[in-house]
Every structure is written in structure tokens, then in C-alpha cells.
Design a protein around this ligand. Structure first.
Ligand SMILES: Cc1cc2nc3c(=O)[nH]c(=O)nc-3n(C[C@H](O)[C@H](O)[C@H](O)COP(=O)(O)OP(=O)(O)OC[C@H]3O[C@@H](n4cnc5c(N)ncnc54)[C@H](O)[C@@H]3O)c2cc1C
Length: 292
């Protein structure tokens, strides 16, 4: 891998600590947690990780899908084979006459990392006008581009040409310009330029503030491997005793007053997740199968 031996030892130690901590957590499922975050996709991974930073609070993260440390997730070149496979919910839209009565595929990730474990790995930020449009529609200034740009700068670990105004370099989210793009990509860009479409070095820089244009994508790939959001946010805290990550655990919708769901976790043991409502707040309880 070309990594220094000390770094390899550090990474190995971290994974051992995660494995033994999560095995202990799974063997000791509590009847209640301070927070239950359902689904470990892009948003769930971040929220659970931030909540678990408070060691006084317990956090449960049930994820319907399985482990993400698998070749199908990690190998970048074959990412599109995941659609319709074991890491996909395999949803399809209603058949519609407007598409010749076909059911159009609606891929959605079902694994630790959710969509970030099967997606195209492109780091695509929104355009200034979109954010400012949402701010004006909602009256919420925090939707505005300036505020969002601050967040992007804070979370990014950008490895392309420096742009201190728009790109961050001290965050958790590693992003780089696509390494070794196919020869078709620069040729495509050149053709766009010839047609009068402005071309840019960086997809997420000044291009997202102007009239538009074309650029080769930024990607979430490091040393040839996919980076999903758990790799940035969840794995760093999965050795904490207050965080339980339960794969293979499907939580039924919270809106129903007493929903019972039985799901197997990755070690094959079944857990039940109950949800209900007490006065104004919802609760979700997790029980071992036999005690449900
Ligand atoms: C094929 C594909 C390619 C894409 N390409 C890109 C790209 O290149 N760049 C980009 O920016 N975006 C891309 N996206 C979109 C991006 O991945 C999603 O926008 C993002 O993952 C959404 O995050 P989320 O947290 O809302 O949901 P998700 O990441 O989908 O996470 C939801 C999680 O919740 C779990 N879950 C759902 N219901 C339950 C339940 N009842 N109980 C327990 N767990 C549950 C799911 O299994 C899943 O892990 C792509 C998506 C797909 C499917």
C-alpha cells in the first residue's frame, strides 16, 4: 500500500478497537438510548457521530443494510455494478405510460454509508443561486450561499489547486480533482470550449458562482479507494463506548404508535425495535428478540 509501517500499525489498532467495542455494544443492547439515529447514510453518519462526541449521552445507529468494508463498496472502477445488487434497496418507480410502462430504477444505498457507499463518488456542490433562492423562499438566512460556503470550507479537506475563498483544507471530507481521468474527459471539455461553453479547472470553485460551464469532477476517492461518509465521520468515533452501530437492523417508521420490527444484525442475532409516543415526544426502544 506504500504506507509507513507506523501508520499501518495505527490504523490496525484503530480497527481492532472499533471491532472489539462494537462487538461489546452489540452484546449489550440497552432498553433505551438518549438518541436513536435511524440510517447510517450521509446525514445519519454525521448526526450520530456529532451526538456521540458527548460521552454523557448514548447513541444507537440502526442501519438496515450491512457492512461497508466490502470490495463492491471500496473498489471504485466497478461502482455502477452496485445498482440492483446487495447494497441497493432496489426501488423502482410506478410503471408509467409516459415511459412505455416501464418501472424506472430508483437506486438507493442500503449499507453502512447509505448512498455514499454506492454513489458515483462525485463531490458536487450547489450553485450560489440555488442556495440564495432557498434562503429567499424560506426567509432563513442560513440557507444562503455565504453561510453554506462557510460550512463547505469547514468540512472540506481539498487537495486541488488552492482557493482559500471557496475551498477548505482542514476538514474531515477528503476531496480531490479526479486523478487520471479517461482521455475522453479532457477531450469533452475541449469540445465544450470550442462550442463557446466556459471551461473551469475546478467544478466547485468560481464556476458555482457564475453563469455556468463545464469542468472535470471532484471526487471522493483516495489511493484508489472509495471514501464514504462513515470513513470521515463514523469510523473515527466507533471505538467510543457510548456509540452502538447496529447493521442489519431495520427500524419501522416512527409515526406509528407501537411498531414492532424484528431484524437480524450482522452477527445473526435478532433485535426488536419498538417505537411509540409518550406525551409529545417519541421514544424508540431496542430489545433482544426473546424479550419483545
Ligand atoms: C447510484 C447513485 C449514484 C449517486 N451518485 C452521486 C454522486 O456521484 N455524487 C453525489 O453527491 N451524490 C450522488 N448520489 C446521491 C447521494 O449518494 C445521496 O444524495 C446521499 O447519500 C443521500 O444521503 P441521505 O443521508 O439523505 O440518505 P442515504 O445516504 O440514502 O442514507 C439512508 C440510510 O438509511 C438506511 N435506512 C433507510 N430506512 C431505514 C430503516 N427503516 N431502518 C434502518 N435503516 C434505514 C438506508 O439503508 C441508508 O443506509 C448518488 C446516489 C445513488 C443511489
Amino acid at each position: 500500500m506504500g504506507l509507513p509501517p507506523t501508520l499501518i500499525a495505527e490504523v490496525a489498532d484503530k480497527f481492532m478497537a472499533i471491532a472489539s467495542n462494537q462487538a461489546a455494544r452489540r452484546a449489550d443492547i440497552k432498553s433505551a438510548y438518549d438518541y436513536i439515529v435511524v440510517g447510517s447514510g450521509a446525514s445519519g453518519s454525521v448526526v450520530a457521530s456529532r451526538l456521540a462526541e458527548n460521552s454523557d449521552k448514548t447513541v444507537l445507529l440502526p442501519e438496515a443494510g450491512g457492512n461497508d468494508l466490502k470490495p463492491g463498496v471500496l473498489i471504485t472502477e466497478t461502482w455502477f455494478f452496485n445498482q440492483g445488487g446487495e447494497f441497493d434497496w432496489n426501488f423502482g418507480a410506478e410503471r408509467s405510460p409516459s415511459v412505455n410502462n416501464r418501472s424506472i430504477v430508483q437506486a438507493m444505498g442500503r449499507a453502512l454509508g447509505g448512498g455514499t457507499s454506492i454513489n458515483g463518488m462525485v463531490w458536487a456542490r450547489g450553485h450560489r443561486n440555488d442556495f440564495n433562492g432557498w434562503a429567499s423562499e424560506t426567509g432563513g438566512v442560513n440557507w444562503g450561499y455565504d453561510h453554506i460556503l462557510d460550512i463547505y470550507r469547514r468540512i472540506e479537506d481539498w487537495h486541488g489547486a488552492p482557493d482559500a475563498e471557496r475551498r477548505g483544507s482542514n476538514g474531515k471530507v477528503f476531496v480531490q480533482p479526479a486523478p487520471n481521468p479517461s482521455a475522453i474527459a479532457p477531450a469533452f471539455l475541449k469540445a465544450a470550449g470550442r462550442l463557446g461553453i466556459p471551461t473551469f479547472e475546478d467544478q466547485n470553485g468560481v464556476m458555482q458562482e457564475g453563469a455556468g460551464g463545464a469542468a472535470i469532477t471532484n471526487v471522493r476517492i483516495r489511493d484508489g479507494r472509495r471514501l464514504n461518509i462513515p470513513s470521515d465521520y463514523l469510523y473515527p468515533v466507533m471505538d467510543r463506548p457510548n456509540l452502538t452501530v447496529l447493521t442489519g437492523a431495520y427500524a419501522n417508521p416512527l409515526a406509528l404508535p407501537t411498531v414492532l420490527s424484528v431484524a437480524s444484525n450482522s452477527s445473526g442475532k435478532a433485535n426488536c425495535i419498538l417505537s411509540g409516543r409518550q406525551s409529545r415526544s417519541y421514544f424508540l426502544r431496542v430489545f433482544r428478540h426473546r424479550s419483545c
